[in-house]
Write a protein that binds this ligand. Structure first.
Ligand code: CA
Length: 339
């Protein structure tokens, strides 16, 4: 995924290639220079860009990048797929397969305004072992609307796709024990994560009262392939573009409270194997009630139906799965994300 970013502190644009180059572009567009080559052998993390969907997924500059003496001075982040799969991953899939690793690296430039990266080796924040070649990262970004001193300032949002194959075979996206199929939010300058290499903000929705195995980095649940997101400058709402099974772009508003963390894809699977997203069903409010009160099943798609136990066919508390039948006869499994 190629991304073009404005880095206002050094008055440059940056653009990447999926193969692993990051270029600096002058504001007038006349000068384009390589800034960093992820494939330089001295970094020892070759980019895995074969096939489709893999490569240099995204990058982000800390909002203090050019602020001398600040904690984030000179720091920027790259998120990419790599053939370097020897180190033990921080996060693994819920099923078999290991096609590549995806890593989040922190780089620290000595002179943030230098024409090319002049710092040392990057610091690895985390590593995800991927089971399938497709559905990998997505975008990483700092909220540009966050003011210095606010709790939101300096938090890095990270798209983490559902891992791949088709139809989320390991049911990652709604499982809070898995990093796959989520939007994550971390403080790259903190140190309270499980591996001690980054921070997890207390304000993340699944930090307080969560089960021990819950991935506390999770900010939003139920995304398939979150390739792009950005914030509306007026409302502050985060909009997300994610590839759906039918491969079209979909825009979703971000959901920010613990009671509203469930976004779209892969929440429901019908007994004939179809997947559909609650987001297409009823808009975006009250996602925890998607399963019953707001479930939708109409000829043109899915529409609202009344909540009621008459639709429930079985419950499997062990697996956290409730099977129910819609008024139109479609049998659906609802997967409890904390089950
Ligand atoms: Ca994958």
């Amino acid at each position: 995924m190629d991304l073009l970013l404005d880095e206002p502190g050094s008055r440059r644009l940056f653009v990447n290639t999926m193969q692993g180059l990051l270029y600096a572009v002058s504001y007038d567009g006349k000068t384009v220079k390589p800034y960093l080559d992820l494939n330089d052998p001295k970094w020892a993390h070759p980019v895995q860009f074969t096939g489709r969907e893999r490569g240099f997924q995204s990058f982000a500059f800390h909002p203090q990048f050019t602020e001398a003496g600040a904690p984030g001075a000179g720091k920027f982040y790259t998120y990419f797929d790599t053939t370097d799969m020897t180190p033990t991953a921080d996060f693994v899939p819920l099923g078999s397969g290991h096609t590549h690793d995806e890593i989040l690296l922190e780089w620290t430039a000595k002179d943030p305004k230098a024409p090319a990266y002049d710092g040392g080796a990057p610091r690895e924040l985390f590593r995800i072992a991927h089971p399938f070649p497709n559905h990998n990262g997505g975008e990483i970004a700092f909220n540009p609307l966050a003011r210095p001193g606010s709790a939101e300032f300096g938090l890095l949002y990270i798209g983490s796709a559902d891992g791949g194959s088709a139809g989320d075979p390991y049911n990652h996206a709604q499982n809070l024990k898995s990093v796959f199929g989520k939007i994550l939010r971390i403080d790259p300058l903190g140190r309270n994560s499980a591996n001690g290499k980054y921070g997890i903000p207390d304000s993340n929705p699944f930090v307080t009262g969560a089960k021990p195995e819950t991935v506390k980095e999770i900010y939003a649940v139920g995304v398939r392939n979150p390739q792009r997101f950005s914030w509306d400058s007026k409302s502050g709402t985060l909009y997300l573009g994610t590839y759906d099974s039918s491969t079209y772009w979909r825009t979703l508003p971000q959901i920010t409270s613990r009671l509203q963390p469930l976004l779209g894809a892969d929440l429901y699977r019908t007994q004939d194997g179809r997947y559909f997203s609650p987001v297409t069903m009823n808009g975006f409010g009250d996602p925890f009630s998607f399963g019953f009160r707001n479930f939708v099943d109409t000829p043109g798609g899915f529409g609202k139906v009344p909540h009621g136990p008459q639709y429930v066919l079985s419950r499997d508390p062990e697996r956290g799965v409730t099977r129910f039948r819609t008024p139109r006869g479609v049998e659906v499994d609802y997967v409890d994300p904390e089950g």
